[in-house]
Design a protein around this ligand. Structure first.
Ligand code: KG4
Ligand code: ZN
Length: 350
């Protein structure tokens, strides 16, 4: 049983042997946050509290199983929003004690990679890769909170090659969407508008960093803001909140297309470099931004290795990836957590 509550999705899933997806229930509070243009932590936490028990019960039912068949519980310990993590961790601790199951504390960012190990399922609505990835494995992890490139030689044996020095890529999508007056979450909104615009219309700089594997998305986000202010004939003192009303539809589409193209190009510069240097057996793209078809399209044009993607529903936050990593933790003798004392780790890193 995997339990995920790090941000605005409450999810529980049952996965067998780390690879067979028996159920994956997700309840999102995204609609409650849309009015604010981003996740409101207090609203997210309250929503987790309201739905966590029914979501877990639904996951057991959908998997046609009950607690007798569950071998262990895995829960997201971090990184994430404190209040949100607390609901998942306290629920998992309570269940581990009441049902007498071993408890595994999972790193959410690592777990995104494990969504790619899920390759079997009796569920019909999942498009899964034919086989799990192989080691050595190169992973590009791109989500609302994280942008990392990691090189795994085996389970639990990896090197972080690079990461963002400021904003995560999904966060930059969300902020640019706000500038354009597009609904939260920004990734899907920008992806929908981008095909109507010209990706070369607005020149956005790519940050030059010391390491070829590090990213910066704060600069490009500010460049979008400045370009938008210029397009409407104003200077940098114009508040960004006025831009959605001043930019016309074709300008918005050009900005969306240019931002999307440059952002993905920046990610692929690093990925391509790493593929050449490390010659991995498998390349996986993980995290919410991996749901982007534009990303998949640009990858197919630039990266010659076979790149593996999880089903879209397993790219964004879900309990299945937590359960899968929990399984591999148990298989590889990683230590269990104490259900009487496990604490959240909002700033946990890879
Ligand atoms: O992994 P995830 O569900 O949550 C975190 O762990 O952060 O990722 C959410 C992020 C959001 O920033 C959202 O804008 C982005 O993933 N996202 C996308 C797409 N779908 C979701 N970004 C680009 N294109 C998409 N189609
Ligand atoms: Zn995530």
């Amino acid at each position: 049983m995997g339990i995920e509550t790090s941000c605005d999705e409450t999810s529980a899933a049952v996965v067998e042997d780390g690879v067979n997806l028996l159920s994956n229930e997700v309840s999102s509070s995204v609609d409650l946050h849309a009015a604010y243009g981003g996740v409101v932590p207090e609203i997210a936490a309250r929503s987790h509290l309201e739905v966590i028990t029914p979501v877990i019960e639904k996951a057991l039912k959908a998997a046609k199983t009950d607690w007798n068949d569950i071998d262990a519980i895995a829960v997201t310990q971090g990184p994430g929003l404190g209040g949100s993590l607390l609901i998942g961790v306290l629920t998992a601790r309570m269940l581990a004690i009441a049902k007498n199951k071993p408890l595994y504390a999972v790193n959410h960012v690592e777990a995104h990679v494990y969504a790619n190990f899920i390759t079997e399922s009796p569920l019909k609505n999942y498009k899964l890769p034919p086989a799990p990835p192989q080691f050595p494995l190169l992973a590009l992890i791109v989500s609302g909170g994280h942008s990392q490139i990691a090189y795994f030689t085996d389970h639990f044996n990896y090197k972080l090659l690079g990461q963002t020095t400021d904003d995560a890529v999904g966060e930059a999508y969300d902020k640019v969407a706000k500038i354009l007056g597009l609904p939260y979450p920004g990734g899907p909104s920008i992806e929908k508008l981008a095909p109507l615009g010209d990706p070369k219309a607005i020149k956005l700089p790519k940050a030059r960093l010391q390491s070829a594997y590090d990213f910066s998305f704060s600069g490009p986000k500010t460049a979008v803001l400045r370009a938008s202010q210029r397009l409407v004939g104003k200077d940098f003192t114009l508040p960004s909140t006025e831009l959605p009303g001043l930019l016309n539809e074709s300008q918005k589409a050009d900005i969306a297309a240019s931002f999307q193209f440059t952002t993905i190009d920046t990610l692929l510069d690093a990925l391509e470099h790493a593929v050449h240097e490390y010659q991995p057996k498998s390349v996986v793209i993980a995290g919410g931004v991996a749901a982007s078809s534009a990303l998949r399209d640009q990858i197919s044009k630039r990266i010659s290795s076979d790149v593996q993607y999880a089903d879209m529903k397993l790219c964004t936050d879900n309990g299945a990836m937590i359960a899968s990593l929990g399984y591999f933790m148990s298989k590889h003798n990683q230590h269990t957590a104490d259900p009487y004392s496990l604490d959240i780790a909002p700033n946990l890193s890879m």
